[in-house]
Design a protein around this ligand. Structure first.
Ligand code: MEV
Length: 335
């Protein structure tokens, strides 16, 4: 179970009143999704090894859609305010999600005012693009009165993620849709039994990271040094397997050591950077049991395992003193 669940729904609805059209038979739909953090296994998971991810309930977003009298699709978000047709490239995954969700729900073309109110930082490896797509699918299903199941929502997310990240494992889409930690491998999701309390601190390097670029860089490295890179990928997958019994037994010290080893392998995969390395070192110096980047890397966030709940706030403070622009806490514990 994760802590700090909140909702931004009220805020989204108030603001939506300002953009609604005057169509007769006005309809409104809401969709919600949260961020995720990958504990272990990022990048290697693209090649079929397992990964473990947890939901970040405190970082969430709401999409509100309102039917229009015409067939225009208009978007309002922190990143853009205008028509879907003229949206910049970074909004293309969102526009793809809208069209895919409409194709799965409304049989005929329809116009929408769509608003995203988000607390998920963009381009920080926390799954914001997958969360937007999942919330869009849910909002359009709500508006059209369609019963979209989890697989259909995932199809919408994957259509958007393919535009956003190129080749994607599908992990982000599953992680933002799950309320509990998941183990993901080859498209299949299973539960992760947790037998203790693990308090993690996330720290934002302040630099945007492009998952598509990082995934592309690993692919190129693998094409150049196949044996070495396959060895790194294999060990990252084995670490995830080893971590399962540590989650089950509540062994924080051993889990922290595996996080440190994973970070060393991710450095060899060339997806860390100087700022992430510095924050990882600062976390360890401040007493973290282990620390590593989380998500695509090359910018984005690190994840550190605190010794206990009492020391997590001090760890956050130390990471901010070391240059982190924002920090968060999340707890994984027995449900
Ligand atoms: C991105 O959050 C996770 C990566 O493993 C890419 C993917 O799984 O598609 C880097």
């Amino acid at each position: 179970m994760m802590q700090s669940r909140q909702s931004a729904e009220d805020q989204g609805e108030t603001s939506m009143q300002q953009v609604r059209s005057t169509a007769p038979g006005d309809r409104t739909g809401h969709g919600h999704a949260h961020a995720k953090s990958i504990l272990l296994g990022e990048h290697a998971v693209v090649y079929g090894t397992p990964a473990i991810a947890v939901p970040l309930h405190a970082l969430d977003l709401t999409v509100t859609v309102h039917s229009r009298a015409d067939e225009q699709i208009r978007i309002r978000s922190e990143l853009y305010d205008g028509s879907a047709e003229e949206a910049p490239q970074r909004l293309h995954p969102l526009v793809t999600a809208v069209h895919t969700a409409l194709a799965l729900t409304s049989g005929s073309p329809m116009g929408l005012d769509l608003e995203v109110v988000s607390r998920i930082p963009y381009e920080r490896g926390l799954g914001s693009s997958a969360a937007v797509a999942a919330a869009i699918a849910r909002a359009i299903a709500d508006l059209t009165g369609t019963d979209l199941d989890g697989e259909a929502v995932h199809d919408v997310v994957m259509a958007a993620e393919t535009i956003a990240h190129g080749r994607s494992s599908g992990l982000d889409g599953r992680a933002v849709a799950s309320d509990a930690p998941i183990l993901f491998q080859g498209g299949v999701t299973t539960a992760v039994p947790v037998g203790g309390r693990f308090v993690f601190v996330l720290a934002d390097s302040g630099h945007a990271g492009s998952t598509a670029e990082a995934v592309g860089a690993v692919r190129e490295l693998r094409a150049t040094f196949p044996t070495r890179v396959d060895g790194l990928i294999g060990r990252l997958g084995a670490i995830v397997e080893e971590s399962r019994s540590l989650f089950a037994s509540g062994d924080r010290v051993a889990l922290g050591a595996l996080m440190d080893e994973a970070q060393a392998l991710l450095v060899e995969l060339e997806v860390s950077d100087a700022t992430l390395d510095r924050l990882v070192e600062a976390a360890r110096a401040a007493g973290a049991l282990g620390a590593k980047l989380t998500g695509g890397g090359r910018g984005g966030c690190i994840l550190a395992l605190a010794p206990d709940v009492e020391s997590a706030a001090d760890l956050q403070h130390s990471l901010r003193a070391a240059g982190a622009t924002r920090t968060w806490q999340t707890t994984v514990e027995t449900a």
